[in-house]
Design a protein around this ligand. Structure first.
Ligand code: ADP
Length: 503
């Protein structure tokens, strides 16, 4: 379908994926399921899962009947090839909608106003800004759009055999849902539709459809899956959600005070926060609705400089070996004798910095950076590890996460005990890992959410607490003396970070 690694990159920063790719992927996965576990399919009680956040899909005028009347003898990709009014939908890598983000922020009173309303300031990849762009750049195709889905609700829709709304939680990654009322914001839709769309509030709200409650089944599975793959006609369909909220569910975290830290290629963190405490930021991070708990929010942070920045320091100073990196780390004390570093080989997003290839290190005596070459390798190694733990604490606090009770880690660098020890000491809380690893946490979240929805349905559609049976193992507990050192260092770290952002 003309993609490279699933994506078509355009010259203007656009990144799209043919919507048919998602359908073809589903054909393939289900064929595998039928071949590998033929006897298990009919015992599946409920289906759910997740799709990559921010990807959007634009159905054409004939889509509803094509989806409802699929022939079980034929693969879906063949039957749905004409189902899309716009065949390539924007995905999370798309950065081409800056102009429309600026318009939304202007119309609503600035980035903080957009964040207060929708959970995040206007971001290029957030779907409503992509919709605004398509309205202006593809007016003829857009006229034929009968419904807008995200990748997640495309899957719910296919399984149910009819259009199903975007689930509340994935909808908070669009800049369009009012966080408090959980309905599409009329002010956002008015700005997005502008003069080009008649009655934009109602027209766009109809195209988006009502949002789905993430913890309740929406329907039985459609006859296509019963006849072609052998699913039970009683199998329920539970709204799919975005991969990030699904990861949170897959790690089994649900209580306020839980902080999930993912140390993969890029570093991310999610925390469950009481609604009253949560503070969306007009500068950084996101607040999402929690798919497994209607009474809390998810505060989410992404950092661009994670494992790759650590690898650069390892390769430069520790022979490219994590074992050497760790033995050099242990030569220095918590607090690094006052040395603080900021390692941004890529422009950082939390906090936003504009200049690439920047490393700044400060010694204990001055608020001006020293020459990096003059700083001993082991100090640089501790500085990059302490920076990540300190910035996690500082920036989760900005979103209102003040009472972290425990940390759950995942991702490649969570194999490194020394990194986890610093994390534990900075926050002053124990660090846990899930037993059996958590590399498939996003997909596993789909299973746990399907189970959860069935538990809620058994109670007549009342919400019941999400309490999956996930085993965790304690990795490290904090050392109180080291925690005290980091508590005392926080204020200076915040001050130096402001210096770096201004450089
Ligand atoms: P992704 O986010 O792409 O799924 P992973 O979660 O597998 O990636 O994480 C990969 C990263 O983990 C690599 O960039 C690597 O530098 C880092 N990593 C692997 N082992 C260690 C270790 N022992 N210490 C620190 N970092 C590590």
């Amino acid at each position: 379908m003309g993609t490279q690694n699933g994506v078509i990159h355009g010259p203007d920063g656009s990144a799209t994926t043919p919507s048919l790719v998602f359908i073809a992927a589903l054909d393939r996965v289900l064929a595998l399921l039928k071949n590998e576990c033929p006897d298990a399919v009919e015992r599946i009680v409920a289906v759910s899962g997740c799709g990559q956040q921010h990807g959007s899909v634009y159905w054409g005028s004939n889509a509803a009947s094509l989806i409802a009347e699929m022939n079980p003898e034929v693969e879906m990709r063949e039957q749905l090839q004409d189902a899309f009014a716009i065949s390539n939908g924007p995905i999370w890598m798309d950065s081409s909608s800056t102009k429309w983000c600026q318009r939304l922020e202007r119309d609503l009173g600035g980035p903080q106003a957009v964040a207060n309303l929708t959970g995040s300031r206007a971001y290029e990849r957030f779907s409503i800004n992509q919709v605004a762009k398509l309205i202006d750049t593809h007016p003829n195709e857009f006229k034929n759009v009968s419904r807008i889905s995200l990748v997640s609700s495309l899957l719910t829709t296919i399984f149910a055999g009819r259009f199903v709304g975007i689930d509340e939680s994935d909808a908070t990654g669009m800049n369009a849902l009012d966080l408090k009322s959980k309905i599409w914001s009329a002010d956002v839709l008015k700005s997005v539709g502008g003069a080009a769309v008649k009655n934009p509030e109602s027209t766009l709200a109809n195209l988006l459809g009502p949002v789905a409650t993430p913890y309740l089944p929406v329907d039985n599975i459609s006859s296509y899956f019963v006849e072609r793959y052998g699913f039970s006609p009683k199998c329920k369909v539970v709204p799919f959600t975005g991969d990030n909220p699904s990861t949170l569910a897959g790690l089994g975290i649900s209580a306020a005070g839980d902080l999930a830290v993912s140390l993969g290629t890029s570093d991310t963190a999610f925390a469950v926060v009481a609604k009253s405490a949560c503070k969306p930021s007009g500068i950084e991070g996101h607040v999402l609705l929690n798919p497994v708990d209607p009474d809390t929010f998810i505060a989410m942070l992404c950092f661009k400089n994670g494992s790759l920045a650590r690898e650069q320091i390892r390769d430069k100073h520790a022979n490219g070996e994590w074992a050497d990196f760790n033995s050099m780390l242990s030569k220095t004390e918590p607090g690094n004798n006052g040395f603080v570093g900021f390692f941004h080989p890529e422009p950082e997003i939390t906090p936003p910095t504009s200049k690439p290839e920047q490393i700044h290190i400060f010694d204990a005596n001055s608020d001006a950076p020293v020459s990096v070459a003059s700083v001993a390798p082991e100090i640089q190694i501790r500085a990059i590890i302490e920076q990540h733990a300190l910035r996690l604490k500082q920036h989760t606090q900005i979103l209102g996460v003040s009472k972290v009770k425990r940390i759950l880690v995942s991702g490649g660098a969570s194999a490194n005990f020394e990194i986890l020890r610093v994390l534990s000491n900075v926050f002053g809380v124990p660090v846990y890992e899930t037993v059996g690893g958590s590399t498939a946490a996003a997909a596993y979240g789909g299973i746990l959410r399907a189970q959860h929805a069935m538990a809620c349905e058994a109670e007549g559609g009342m919400y019941v607490p999400f309490q999956p049976d996930i085993q965790v193992r304690l990795v490290v507990e904090p050392d109180s003396a080291a925690h005290g050192v980091y508590q005392a260092a926080m204020e200076r770290f915040e001050k130096l970070e402001r210096v770096v952002v201004a450089l």
